[in-house]
Write a protein that binds this ligand. Structure first.
Ligand code: HEC
Length: 703
């Protein structure tokens, strides 16, 4: 490093004093997403629109533990010049934030049992301080772990030897289920408030929100997101849902209004995600923004953004606390972005919509047993930050040779907007599975009251099929009772007839009669239940479960928890050469004026170099990870599949700085100041949207 001149030194001392004595908010990055308001805003302005072009790499730190497919989704935090972050294998480490030099590193799997070895991904850590006590909390596997921030050693008085198992104390009967918490919890006084990630399948646990005491690890409160008997919202489910259904979990992170003592909790959908025949009703508090008393966990208000979700429309990002000017008055509000391009803006104290929200009639599901909800909420403002519909005229025409094929496929599918119910025919799911908005969240500039949202515009295809597990109830019974004589392959042998193409000669009632009464050398099966006989008859007649409603009921009874239909896999709708089936843009950065609700500007985020070379304007790419907004007039964001880190002019959307990272920066940057110097740091973990994995954090600064 160059030696600083005397003049520079004295300037530096001056600015430190100036900083300490100033009360300017948003100087730190002590919390995931920048601060409790979750606005990703920094009031540090040393790097500005004029000088950002001179940014240089200040340091790069390698974690050394990337795999072929690993990612780093972490938004690091910086406290008193020390950066705390996580690695691809969820080691937690502390660095000197000015030099990138490691202070300590902790591998959680050393203190967790072997069955907890799945690293998954992690989005960061939580910092807590009381006097001289400084702690770092984070999750690995199903455990919440508490470390001494100075040494990186577990705080042994917390839980059991520094950890608590979040599978316990969930007011839930099962003992083992998938639970990880990859987004850091929120601190309110001595409490850490935690959400969690659960399975999307039938094995999902309920997504209750919990607060733990940071000193002891004891559970302080729980809020049942799937209400128990007698609790508010219980009647929005079926009677036994609280024991049988799962999901309605907060996996994306929360925001905290510290003054009011309110924590804002966004939740995901209930399971099974794509067919809700076992959870008739609106399903509170799935897909909700819930305002909870941070001290007690008591509900203050809630707002449901999707009723009886059938599309996996989890609220995908932490809400952002904002203040808007309405009729000349300042209104404290909470803004929640969604996967489907809407921003819900609600008054913080009451949950009242700031802009009117209409309940619009939506199409009905034709899947047997599904009771789709008749209306869905649609905000009149803010304007959606992505297209809301994919029509035939929007089919990608960049590669004319693939146009016909895409058009043919498009025509086999249902299409026409956000609320098309999942069906056996299949539908074009747009806005898609990964948004619209995603877990990176929105940035918000309190000075200009502008919300910055990066969005995906990727179409997906959702197709439902009969649940083969349910159909196989009959098959299992057949194999058990009939297979020895008629053959597992149903081809028979000699005197025993084959049972193939049976439906050409026998009706269902006739088969049922033979089963009940026997026939010649064929024994009677009156001793097995009528339900099972019906299941067997259905199987050997090759009848699809959906052919007959009463059969279906029998089958459901046979296997209570199985959905009648399942989704046939997460599928992007792509051209043969791998681009989205819709015309560009495929990824965008948007600025929304939160006073008027109008889009100020919209620009593509990222590009495919091979297309740009052909003279096609930048298309934007799928993007993961959020923006940072600064008082220096900038938005810092990576997120795009071209592995670039960019600075945009926050007033115009113009690109002012671009840098090719060692691997994709699918994470939210952080900015901070040490010894009078502003840094911007981004995790380069790659490993998404078909790009290589990486293992480093790169920090930028002016020379
Ligand atoms: C002990 C051997 C045996 C077992 C076990 C058995 N079957 Fe049979 N099954 C026969 C024989 C033999 C016939 C021919 C009867 C006749 O036509 O006289 C027959 C006939 C039938 C037929 C009429 C076929 C036709 O083409 O008319 C059906 C349907 C059938 N069986 C279904 C079943 C099912 C379902 C089971 C299990 C629940 C079962 N069988 C178990 C021996 C068996």
């Amino acid at each position: 490093m160059k030696k600083p001149s005397f003049l520079f030194l004295s300037f530096l001392t001056f600015s430190i004093i100036a900083l300490k004595s100033s009360d300017t908010p948003y100087q730190d990055w002590k919390v995931y997403g920048g601060n409790n308001e979750s606005n990703r805003f920094s009031s540090i302005s040393q790097i500005n629109t004029e000088n950002v072009k001179n940014l240089e790499v200040a340091w790069e730190y390698h974690t050394g533990d990337a795999t072929k497919t690993s990612q780093i989704q972490c938004n690091p935090i910086i406290v008193d010049g020390i950066m705390y972050a996580t690695s691809p294998q969820i080691k937690v480490f502390a660095l000197d934030a000015a030099s990138g030099k490691e202070i300590w590193s902790f591998n959680p799997f050393k203190i967790l049992g072997g069955e907890n070895s799945w690293a998954g991904t992690n989005r960061g850590v939580t910092y807590w301080q009381s006097g001289d006590e400084k702690r770092v909390l984070f999750c690995a596997g199903s455990h919440l772990i508490c470390l001494d921030a100075k040494t990186g050693e577990p705080i042994t008085t917390f839980g059991e030897g520094g950890k608590i198992d979040m599978q316990k104390d969930l007011d839930y009967e099962k003992e083992k289920f998938l639970l990880v918490s990859n987004t850091p919890g929120v601190i309110y006084n001595d409490l850490i408030i935690m959400g969690m990630r659960l399975s999307e399948g039938l094995d999902a646990a309920p997504g209750h929100v919990r607060a733990y005491n940071v000193r002891t690890g004891k559970r302080a409160w729980i809020f049942h997101t799937i209400p128990h008997p007698g609790e508010f919202g219980y009647e929005t489910w079926q009677k036994d849902s609280w024991e049988k259904n799962g999901g309605a979990n907060c996996w994306a992170g929360m925001a905290l209004d510290e003054k009011r003592g309110i924590v804002f909790v966004p939740t995901g959908s209930a399971t099974y995600d794509f067919w809700g025949g076992h959870r008739k009703g609106t399903n509170l508090f799935a897909n909700c923004i819930i305002a909870l008393d941070a001290k007690t966990g008591k509900r203050i208000w809630h707002y449901q953004t999707v009723h009886h979700d059938m599309w996996d429309r989890d609220l995908p990002a932490p809400p952002t606390l904002i203040t808007v000017t309405k009729n000349g008055k300042q209104v404290d509000a909470v803004a929640q972005i969604t996967k489907h391009g809407y921003t819900f803006v609600l008054e913080r104290a009451t949950g009242k919509p700031v802009f009117p929200i209409n309940e619009m009639p939506v199409p009905k599901s034709d899947l047997v047993g599904e009771n789709s909800w008749a209306t869905q909420p649609v905000p009149t403002l803010p304007e959606p930050y992505m297209r809301q519909i994919f029509l035939e005229k929007d089919i990608n025409n960049l590669s004319p040779e693939y146009h016909e094929e895409i058009l043919a496929k498009f025509k086999t599918l249902k299409s026409g907007g956000i609320w098309i119910p999942p069906s056996l025919q299949g539908h074009v799911h747009f806005p898609g599975m990964d948004g619209g908005g995603e877990w990176g969240g929105a940035g918000y500039d309190p000075q200009s009251q502008t919300l910055y949202v990066n969005a995906n515009e990727m179409p997906w295809v959702i197709t439902m099929k009969e649940n083969p597990l349910l159909a196989s109830v009959g098959q299992n019974q057949y194999n058990n009772y009939c297979g020895n004589c008629h053959g597992i392959d149903r081809k028979g042998n000699g005197s025993i007839p084959a049972l193939l193409s049976l439906k050409d000669r026998l009706k269902k009632e006739e088969v049922l009669a033979i089963l009940k009464n026997g026939k010649g050398a064929m024994p009677a099966f009156g001793h097995i239940s009528e339900k099972n006989r019906t299941a067997i008859a259905t199987y050997i007649l090759d009848m699809k479960v959906s052919d007959n409603q009463s059969d279906k009921k029998e089958m459901e009874a046979e296997s209570q928890l199985q959905p009648a239909y399942i989704m046939d896999g997460y599928k992007r709708f792509l051209t043969k050469d791998g681009y989205p089936a819709i015309t560009p843009p495929w990824g965008t950065l948007n600025a929304i004026d939160m006073n008027t609700g109008k889009i100020k500007w919209k620009v593509p985020l990222g590009e495919f170099e091979e297309l740009t070379k052909k003279g096609i304007p930048p298309t934007g790419t799928e993007n993961y990870g959020g923006p940072v907004v600064t008082a220096g007039g900038l938005i810092f964001i990576a997120a795009s599949a071209d592995e670039k880190f960019r600075a945009f002019d926050k007033n115009t959307g113009k690109i002012l700085f671009e840098y090719k990272l060692p691997a994709g920066g699918y994470a939210t940057p952080a900015t901070y100041q040490v010894n009078g110097k502003q840094y911007v740091v981004i995790a380069c973990g790659g490993g998404k949207v078909r790009t290589k994995s990486g293992d480093s954090y790169v920090a930028f600064a002016l020379k």
